[in-house]
Unconditional design. Structure first.
Ligand SMILES: NC(=O)c1ccc[n+]([C@@H]2O[C@H](COP(=O)([O-])OP(=O)(O)OC[C@H]3O[C@@H](n4cnc5c(N)ncnc54)[C@H](O)[C@@H]3O)[C@@H](O)[C@H]2O)c1
Length: 510
């Protein structure tokens, strides 16, 4: 049994307080509004959850000091705009052994801090350093109040702290998962409300389920785009706090963001829509921060920008929807095709091995490799991932001199020794002519031919020899061609140095 105080007596705070009380914890609810505390303790009902009885064991107080003192866990459940002021008023009474949990979802407009960051910030100012766990997921209070099965994520950088909260909150109707990506969980929690507004606006305009599904899917894509740039984990976006919360908020009849959006889509002003909803509409609060983050991290967020245009700049919802639909066509893929082809090839290779296909896959790559910098080593590592046996072919001194018109800094033997010392490499052989590639494929029983994507397409003719031709993404910052140009141009033979791939005919048979 833990002693838990819930700060905030709104819909979510009271639903959680009842649940925690019913599973045997000692729970006190505090509110900044004394009249609210008086009404709750007198009626033992909450106006937004009229079907929910508040257990007798649940205590109420309007004294923040009494709420904080002697508790194990302090749960912040006020709307995001009141989190900073609430921490400030509670901070003098908080002791460092207490674990703080935040359930509010939002991002502060001027500081761009998430809710847990605001709490840490205010506690630090008061000379305190508590653990703050973000608790977030697809959790409508209306359903938790009825003990309907629900899942949630407890996030803290230290997994043991997240597991502590998991163990305190878990019960037959609430399954708790953990995550260490606090920022990702909080970014999802704040931004999904804006996508829910978009989903509501779309329904209000009379659009159907197709549009709603598109907004959810593409909305998640833009939240993830931003989150990944901020250093969040991709798993978080496909998890409960990510897509889970987004689905429920954008679809459910309980969602105020969805409801508020619907009214706006129907032609209500934002103020009237918020008034009609009668509870905090966090998506509207989160908009300024979302727009600033998109600019700061240079991430395109068309749906969030569209909602901002409608809500904060009086744009016509119909026109904005038309503009969204009429944008230039783009791909759904978030990675370059070459990365995807490479990953597919690695997965295919691993799957073959897992299925007991013991036939050794042999991979070959060509390069002068006179300077083994990070880009080249990375390429060799990736090439090795495509097979079991990696052959590296490096230019002989004579080939360099007579065909490429280059003088090498290191002899063939020196370069060979260097490449052989890399653990990914199984065999190093010389390249003596342009024509040998076709015959190498057969002589060394090659399955896969690999080159960097700076050569894209130039070796496709080798497919005729029955090998797979793969162009691997190069390390973007490192151009070996540029290095070679810088280094070799000083050593041209008769003023000619073939450092540009375009100057080289890779298939003399053609
Ligand atoms: N309701 C849900 O289902 C749900 C689920 C998950 C997360 N959340 C998040 O929890 C937070 C609270 O949501 P809610 O549904 O309880 O909102 P709500 O609108 O029901 O909360 C209103 C409450 O805020 C408190 N409050 C009002 N003025 C205050 C002030 N000046 N200072 C401090 N507190 C004040 C009062 O206790 C009031 O009852 C939001 O960030 C929301 O996104 C809500």
């Amino acid at each position: 049994m833990k002693r838990i105080s819930v700060l905030g007596a709104g819909t979510w705070g009271i639903a959680l307080a009842r649940m925690l009380c019913n599973i045997g914890h000692s729970v006190t609810v505090w509110s900044a509004l004394p009249a609210e505390i008086e009404e709750l303790s007198r009626t033992r009902q909450h106006k937004n959850l009229p079907y929910m009885d508040i257990p007798d064991a649940l205590l109420f107080t309007d004294d923040v000091a009494a709420a904080c003192e002697g508790t194990d866990i302090l749960l912040f459940a006020v709307p995001s705009v009141f989190v900073r002021s609430t921490v400030r008023s509670a901070a003098p009474y908080i002791t460092e052994s207490q674990v703080i949990v935040d359930v509010a979802k939002g991002i502060e407009s001027d500081t761009l801090m998430t809710m847990s960051e605001i709490i840490v910030d205010e506690l630090n100012k008061a000379g305190k350093c508590n653990s703050v766990v973000a608790l977030s997921g697809p959790t409508h209070a209306e359903e938790v109040a009825k003990d309907l099965p629900t899942t949630i994520v407890a996030a803290h950088a230290d997994i043991e702290t997240a597991e502590y909260i998991q163990s305190v909150f878990a019960n037959p109707v609430l399954r708790v998962y953990t995550n260490t990506d606090v920022k990702g969980v909080e970014i999802c929690g704040a931004l999904k409300n804006i996508i829910a507004l978009a989903s509501g606006i779309s329904a209000g305009l009379g659009y159907g389920d197709n549009a709603r599904a598109a907004l959810i899917t593409r909305g998640l894509a833009e939240i993830e785009r931003l989150g990944l740039k901020m250093g969040c984990l991709s798993d978080t976006f496909s998890g409960l706090a990510g897509v889970g919360d987004l689905i429920v908020t954008a679809m459910s009849k309980h969602s105020r963001n969805n409801k508020c959006g619907y009214l706006i889509g129907q032609g209500y002003s934002t103020d009237d829509a918020v008034k009609q909803v009668g509870m905090v509409v966090e998506g509207i609060n989160a908009l300024p921060a979302a727009i600033k983050l998109a600019a700061q991290y240079e991430v395109e967020m068309p749906i969030i920008t569209a909602v901002d245009q409608i809500i904060n700049h009086n744009a016509s919802a119909v026109e904005i929807a038309m503009n969204l639909m009429g944008r230039d066509g783009i791909t759904e893929l978030s990675k370059p095709i070459l990365d995807i082809n490479y990953e597919t090839a690695v997965i295919k290779n691993a799957a073959m091995r897992a299925q007991g296909d013991q036939s050794m896959k042999r991979v070959i790559t060509y390069g002068t490799f006179d300077l083994l910098h990070y880009g080249h080593i990375n390429l060799l590592r990736r090439a090795k991932a495509l097979g079991d046996y990696l052959i590296v072919v490096i230019s002989s001194d004579e080939f360099n001199w007579t065909e490429k018109h280059k003088k090498c800094y290191f002899t063939y033997e020196q370069r060979k020794a260097l490449v052989e010392s890399i653990r990914y490499v199984d065999l190093v052989i010389p390249e003596n002519s342009w024509t040998q590639k076709r015959s190498d494929m057969h002589e060394y029983h090659v399955d896969t031919f690999v080159m960097g994507d700076d050569w894209k397409g130039k070796f496709d003719f080798l497919k005729e020899e029955g090998v797979e031709v793969v162009y691997l993404p190069r390390t973007p910052e490192i151009s070996s061609s540029k290095m070679k140009k810088d280094l070799y141009d000083a050593n041209t033979v008769d003023g000619e140095s073939k450092t540009s791939h375009d100057d080289i005919n890779t298939d003399p048979d053609a």
